[in-house]
Structure formats: C-alpha cells, structure tokens
Design a binder for this molecule. Sequence first.
Ligand SMILES: C[S@@+](CC[C@H](N)C(=O)[O-])C[C@H]1O[C@@H](n2cnc3c(N)ncnc32)[C@H](O)[C@@H]1O
Length: 340
Amino acid sequence: MRSRGLVVPRERGESVRQRLAAEGWLRTDLRIRSDARSLTLPIQDGAPVPAEWGVVLDTEFDLRPPDGPADYRELLRGSAEDRARAPRSFDVVGDIVLVRIPREAESQAPEIGAALLAFVPGARIVGADRGVHGLERRRRIERLAGGGGWATVHRENGLAIDVDVERAYFSPRLAVEHARVAEEIRAGDRVYDLCCGVGPFSLHFARDGRAREVVAVDLNPAAIDLLERSQRRERFSVRITTHVASIEAFLPDRTPFERAVLNLPHEGIKYASSVAGVVAPHGRLYYYEIVPRTEFERRGDVIARTIGPRGEWTVLGYRVVHPYSPDSDLVAFTLERAGG
Ligand SMILES: C[S@@+](CC[C@H](N)C(=O)[O-])C[C@H]1O[C@@H](n2cnc3c(N)ncnc32)[C@H](O)[C@@H]1O
C-alpha cells in the first residue's frame, strides 16, 4: 500500500521511531521497511515531521496485521470527551514513560498511566512529568503505574545512555540535535560540552571518534556520575574528561577549543560571553535558548553582538529543536568566530 514514509539512517531509526510513535505520527498499520543502511518508517499524511529527522517520500509498504490500538487513548474508558482531554503525546526514556497531564485531565491521571503501561512496548513504569526545577533542572515525577524506580538505560542513535529521570536532566526530544552537532565535529577538534547533563552530546562525540579531546562539565554530581557509567560501559577510544563544577568556576583560564556546546536554555545568555572566550578562532559555538516564535532571526544577531565585538561572530544558522510553549520554541543557534 502507498503511504508517506520517512527515511532515516539505521543508527537513528529507533530514536526517530519512538519520537514518531510518541507524537502519534507513525502508521502502525504498515510494516517498517529496512535495508543495510536505512529504515523507512510509514508516517501519517500531514504529520509535520521536522526536516532534520529524515527524508520524506511516497513509497509502497506491506500491510501489518492489527495487534492493538494505534493510539493509547483508545484504551481509556469514559466518554469521547474524556479521551480527547487526555494528552496525545508522551516521552519514552528507556523503559520509562513520562507524560504531562493537563489540568483538565488530572482526574484521569491513574487511568492514563495504566493505559500507557499497557500500550508502550517494554514499558516498566509510567510517571506524570511535573516539570523541571532548580539549577540542576531535575524533573518532578509522580508515579502513575508500574514500578521499579527512575533509573534506566536509554538507547539513542545507537548509543546506550545511563539516565535517572529524577536525579539528572535528560530529554529524548534532543536525539536529532545530539546527532546533528556530532556530525559537525571534524578530525582533531577539541570540544567543550558545557552543562552536559548525563552527557548525550559528549557520548556522541566520543563514539564518533573524530574529536581529539572532549571535556564535559555540569554542576550536578548525579549527572556526571551517570555520564561516567555510560562511558565505562561503552569504552570508546576517545575519553571524555568530566568535571563536577559550575561553568562560572570552570571557565576562567581555559584553553580555547574548536567547538563548544552551551545547553542551558533559560539562563545561557548569562554565561554566553565567557563561553565565547573559550572558542578558538574559526571555532563554533552551539548555543540553545527558548525564543518567542516572532524573534528567531533577530535573536541570533543579538546573541552575536552580546558575545563579542561587531564582526567577531557570525550566525551560521538556527534550528528549531522542539516547541516549548504555545508561542516559543527551543532553538539551537550555530555561531562561528572570525579568524585570529
Ligand atoms: C538543559 S540541561 C542540559 C542537558 C544536556 N546538555 C543534554 O543534551 O541532555 C542543563 C544542565 O545544566 C546544568 N547546569 C545548570 N546551571 C549550571 C552552571 N551554572 N554550571 C554548570 N552546569 C549547570 C544542570 O545541572 C543541567 O544538567
């Protein structure tokens, strides 16, 4: 049967499949196609799949015999209105499912938890995600169904990443971004991963093997402990040097490197100038911020002028990583420093 399909490299296939399923964009009535290098995932007509996730085309798929509902909300009891109030999307982190419950669906929360536990293959526990808080951006989570704690191993772009969704920040919505930045690392680059969390950027850089040096910094000791655990398991040839430190304490007098990532979307601007100071001539800064949708273009130039004198920094581009609120998005800016 003909359908729209999304072609993705094999190593990203599972991450993208999970994102599509979580957004309700994956067609479950058709079989995923695969060859040695790529997967073609059948997607719903009109699904607004971001261009970075893969290449969309029209192609033939085999039918898949039905083995359950296509949407977890079909498992909820109650009226059609009750089901419509339940959230459509959810996140899968390893064997943990996290769902944001809107106020109007609060009374259905336990039932939503049970439905997701039954619906998501391999799910062990379901939690209501009550948002991140504090400097360490830790998540408040309330158990809705299942059991066994909040630590897990999440698979992303072929990597196994140790995560504890309560003790350290992690979002499966950054999978494409982690891979995109890693692809821009050249042979011999040295990279700072600032505010690294459990280290998904660094683990990509180390796995890909082109970087000469990877230095990861976060003030949350639990995040660095999880990064070290992933590193011990994976044993890459490139070693990630880790620091439990605030970037304020870490940055002074550091050698400039060819690449720096600063992923602290709400407060990064406070540190952007000092971070710019540890980027070598011709080097790049990957900078993340929550930006109102009307300001993407202008914001890049403002950031460039904030971090250095006129002409020193060029905005190479920006990319919407994911929606943040009804009128703002998480945006990735790539800035390049002029030559010495
Ligand atoms: C949005 S998370 C980063 C996630 C990570 N880069 C990723 O891709 O998953 C922000 C991280 O910054 C850390 N953090 C917050 N303020 C910091 C500071 N001043 N210095 C160092 N780390 C900081 C938090 O502990 C948290 O792990």
